[in-house]
Design a protein around this ligand. Sequence first.
Ligand code: PBG
Length: 325
Amino acid sequence: MYLQRRNRILRQTPAIRAMVAETVLTPNDFIVPLFIDEGKGVETEIASMPGYFRRSLDGTVKEVKELWSLGIKCVLLFVKSKDELKDNTGKEAWNPDGLMQRSIKAIKDAVPDMVVMTDVALDPYSSYGHDGIVENGEIVNDATVEALIKMSLSHAEAGADWVAPSDMMDGRIGAIRQALEEHRFTKTGIMAYSAKYASCFYGPFRDALDSAPGFGDKKTYQMDPANRLEAVKEALMDVEEGADIVMVKPALPYLDIIREVKNNVHVPVSAYNISGEYALIKAAAKMGWINEEKAMMETLTSIKRAGADLIATYFAKDAAKLLNK
Ligand code: PBG
């Protein structure tokens, strides 16, 4: 054959492949979700998330130091609240001495340059396991936003660099931004979970925090997996209301949404490679059906290629170690 163009020339050797790779992962891309528990010396492996742990604050601080040494710049905090502190108002969420507030302080003290983000939603504190306040079996919007404002302010007060509202109530980004301004938290960022779908893949996370909804599901606030344009609408509104970063969640079943949002906004886009996505790879690897390392890197690359500037992922530490080799 006499061909004008041989595409395989660009795939010939590792060197040329590295030179022309369009998507390159770095530890700067990762946001590391951390599950924090009360107590001391506590380290509990989450059954549905092999290799991932819920730790008390002492172990968490150690972990954050290690993450920093691997080049990771950002952690996203979640706490497991005690049952006796849960109620329908979620008021433990803005307790100045709550586990979240103590964790923010301890982490910022230990590693001041680490970007600390916090999950803002009522589910870990709700006796109903819902992201908002329940009245007559409904999750009410406006009263929940009032609670989210108090929660966000208390995180900012404790020293959080960013708040990340994951609740999907209407109007909460604008309301939180306004409250931050009024209280002069002019350096606090907002990463909005803008397009958060009502996904079955959150299961392992709800095991980790014991936060599964006690009744019904989250379909009146989280999005219908069938919808694409609605995600663009949500992201555009959140940007308008003051979000600094918008997120799509989950990641893998929604790569098209990541791209769509990326093409429509001019703020950084993050994607959450969630607990169920982690569990899929772990389980298949354990069975010997796929190569875990390769599946992890291919997955993370695909999320970045789809348009994510940042990826929240339970694989962050392992991936950073590989990238640093
Ligand atoms: C709660 C919240 C959830 C996740 C992050 N924040 C679960 C939910 O909405 O039920 C899921 C993260 C994961 O599955 O890894 N607002």
